[in-house]
Design a protein around this ligand. Structure first.
Ligand SMILES: O=P(O)(O)OC[C@H]1O[C@H](O)[C@H](O)[C@@H](O)[C@@H]1O
Length: 559
């Protein structure tokens, strides 16, 4: 373990700089030097302070009596900074007097799961859990997701933790850091939690398939883990269930992500898994993001089942069991999806905001006011089901428990695989036809565009204000322009940004959840119509010199 730096080596850091590490309900920062313009702000001492703050937060929440020491599990994805941050997190937790259980390479859903697994051998359940990951972001970033048995921590908790971390950090002494290092050296335990986690997943699929040992017998499924943490899925989940996984790719963890970004929303990533399915004549392809809390699939014909199609597929499966239920989705979903959910499936589509916590919290809210919702899902591949985590214990009552579980854990693993298995049991034709059939009738636009317009935070036009304020001003202006454009109709119900229909399609301009960026989505029946929608946005965007519209300029010129 690296020696703890002394206080003298750690210059003081302002609270606001700690708060900048907040990214919605996660923490994210730069952990590796070498990328121009991206100085390291997630150093080891900063990490240690954040972990110590989480420990203090947890002690305050759980208020254990003196006979009990709280336990925290720590896992990480394949990033190159994982090891040093894991050591720093361990020092922060151990220094605060809590027990540390290191899992090594793990998935985000597994980390949450460790707070509810009952198994003493594996020191479970833990009281809190930390996943070290920055999802699909570049190799130099890293960050943390925190869990208790009530689910992932929310935005307000993260803010409290960062504020506390700033105090802890600025009060570190050489002695306190040495003490934390000593405690970590003597109290850290390492367990192979992924072993129990994967066997639980296998058991869940078997059970759902009617207690068949190998419900996927003979199915050929290729996995693409993008060199993230999801490589386990082929050998430890699919193969025990009977599937053939030859042709699976990029299963070895490699934090430089040499093959493609591990992200089911990324075009190159989807192309890679599609090619693997076709080359191997597989029944299905499954692709994960770095920390395995998002996924997408590809059917045997090479058709991508991600984004709107993934939502359509999962809606079809969920609505079979819960007719009429409300499906909560993010804001960038297409109009065709609404028509599919409401027209073909008889459900209700509630298009809400981007952000997995946002959709899940909204589904919880709807249920709490009497509107039944069984599925909250984003085009990013995050999803949560009501049925999976209405746990029959106090946790449910405590917070209207609806802990997030990802597509990986439940939707893909259990729901999707089980659908394949039961179709086979019923004498179906094999392959992934059953899935393809479920999304038949989903109208898809001919043209789909997603551009991300950057706000230059050092531009004088920001006049000292934040990029958020600037972005809000752009949106306000676009809203006004849209209002007075007879060719456009503003969406009657809209929860973020400006969404309008026109020219047979629609656009949505909104503020990114965390970046100084205004993402623009356009869907239209033709390039010509998409350009017209793009020009309408450009007319407003051009008034804002700090907004980099070059991508949109280029799009309207060359399309
Ligand atoms: O707002 P954006 O920059 O498009 O990012 C939005 C996305 O951020 C993260 O990746 C969250 O995990 C997703 O739930 C969310 O959809």
């Amino acid at each position: 373990m690296a020696a703890a730096p002394s206080t003298t080596a750690s210059p003081s850091i302002e609270k606001v700089d700690f708060l900048k590490l907040q990214n919605g309900s996660d923490i994210r920062g730069v952990a590796v030097a070498g990328v121009e313009g991206e100085p390291v702000n997630l150093t080891e001492p900063v990490t240690e302070a954040i972990a110590a703050a989480f420990a203090a937060w947890l002690l305050d929440k759980k208020k254990p009596d003196s006979s009990k020491r709280l336990r925290v599990s720590i896992g990480h994805d394949s990033r190159v900074s994982a090891q040093k941050l894991q050591d720093a997190v361990s020092r922060g937790i151990a220094g605060a007097g809590l027990d540390v259980v290191q899992y090594g390479l793990a998935s985000t859903p597994a980390m949450f799961n460790s707070t509810i697994t009952e198994d003493d051998k594996f020191s479970c359940p833990v009281d809190g859990s930390i996943m070290i990951t920055a999802s699909h972001l570049p190799y130099n970033r890293n960050g943390f997701k925190f869990f208790t048995n009530a689910g992932g921590l929310g935005k307000a908790d993260i803010k409290d933790i960062l504020e506390l971390a700033a105090n802890i950090y600025n009060n570190f002494t050489v002695e306190s850091m040495k003490d934390a290092e000593r405690k970590a050296a003597s109290s850290v335990k390492r367990v192979d939690y992924m072993d129990i986690y994967t066997s639980d997943l296998v058991a869940a699929v078997r059970k759902a398939a009617g207690n068949i040992e190998k419900p996927l017998d003979g199915f050929h499924i290729v996995v693409d883990a993008g060199n993230g943490a999801g490589g386990f899925f082929a050998a430890k989940v699919l193969e025990p269930l009977g599937a053939i996984t030859t042709g699976s790719q990029f299963l070895e963890p490699d934090g430089l992500f040499p093959n493609h970004i591990p992200n089911p929303e990324d075009k190159a990533a989807m192309k890679a898994i599609t090619q693997a399915v076709l080359d191997n004549k597989a029944d299905l392809g499954i692709i994960f993001d770095t920390d395995v809390d998002r996924s997408a699939a590809v059917d045997s014909t090479g058709r991508e089942l991600n984004r709107n199609r993934l939502i359509a597929l999962m809606s079809a499966i969920v609505l079979e069991d819960h007719p009429g239920t409300t499906i909560v989705t993010d804001s960038v979903t297409s109009d065709g999806l609404t028509a599919f959910i409401e027209g073909k499936l008889g459900g209700k589509h509630h298009r809400f905001k981007r952000g997995y916590r946002n959709v899940i919290d909204e589904a919880i809210r709807l249920n709490s006011i009497g509107e039944e919702s069984h599925l909250a899902i984003e085009t990013s591949g995050h999803g949560a089901l009501k049925e999976n985590h209405w746990l029959d214990d106090g946790a449910y009552l405590m917070v209207g428990f609806y802990c997030f579980c990802s597509c990986e854990v439940y939707l893909t693993n259990v729901k999707l695989l089980n659908k394949l298995a039961s179709a086979r049991a019923l004498g179906g034709s094999g392959g992934s036809k059953v899935l393809t059939e479920l999304v038949e009738g989903l109208e898809e636009p001919a043209v789909v565009v997603e551009l991300r317009l950057k706000i230059d935070q050092s531009h004088p036009d920001l006049k000292g204000g934040s990029f958020r304020e600037y972005g809000e001003a752009v949106l306000k202006h676009l809203d006004n322009i849209t209002e007075s454009n007879p060719k456009l109709q503003k969406a009657p119900v809209n929860y973020e940004g400006v969404r309008a229909s026109g020219y047979g399609g629609w656009f949505l301009l909104r503020l990114s959840l965390h970046d100084p960026v205004l993402p623009l989505n356009i869907e239209a029946p033709s390039d010509e119509d998409a350009v017209k929608l793009g020009l309408a946005v450009l007319a407003a965007a051009n008034e804002f010199p700090a907004l980099d519209t070059s991508a949109l300029d280029k799009y309207v010129r060359v399309s």
